[in-house]
Design a protein around this ligand. Structure first.
Ligand SMILES: [Zn+2]
Length: 150
């Protein structure tokens, strides 16, 4: 029997989901896939410099689970930068505590406490063509894409 995993807390959707080495020819090496909960572990421990215990608490997981998560994340990032492989952030077992909204017209991204995108206008260009970033990341398995969508 597999124990159902607790969902990990992630504060916000990442700002960028795809990182690609500049000037590198397309290769047969697959992208490194960093899950969104691994991204959050990096953000808390390495960017915000929290102690692992505090970071684990924020993500609502145990300290040993956090240690495994951050080690896996660092290993993947090392693989990518040493071998020149792109990093794609997607998937994982998580919920977003807050949200980001993205403007489809100009690409501006801002933070929001709600995921209600009705009657929301872009603060930059006033377009009403806006997208709930959190929802599009949690909406089931996504089709594999080879590169970023423009
Ligand atoms: Zn806009």
């Amino acid at each position: 029997m597999v124990k159902p995993r607790k969902k990990r807390n992630v504060l916000y959707p990442p700002k960028a989901l795809y990182f690609k080495p500049q000037g590198r020819q397309p290769s047969n090496q697959p992208d490194v896939i960093l899950t969104i909960d691994e991204y959050e572990a990096i953000r808390l421990a390495d960017h915000r410099k929290l102690k692992q215990e505090e970071a684990a608490k924020k993500m609502n997981i145990s300290r040993p689970t956090f240690t495994r998560l951050i080690e896996s994340a660092r290993n993947k990032i090392a693989q990518a930068i040493v071998n020149g492989r792109p990093i794609r952030i997607e998937g994982g077992d998580f919920i977003f505590l807050k949200n980001r909204i993205k403007c489809r017209s100009c690409g501006y991204v801002w933070e929001s406490k709600t995921s209600n995108t009705n009657q929301v206008n872009c603060p930059s260009c006033y377009s009403s063509e806006v997208e709930d970033v959190g929802r599009s990341l949690t909406r089931g398995p996504r089709r594999r894409r080879r590169g970023p969508r423009w």
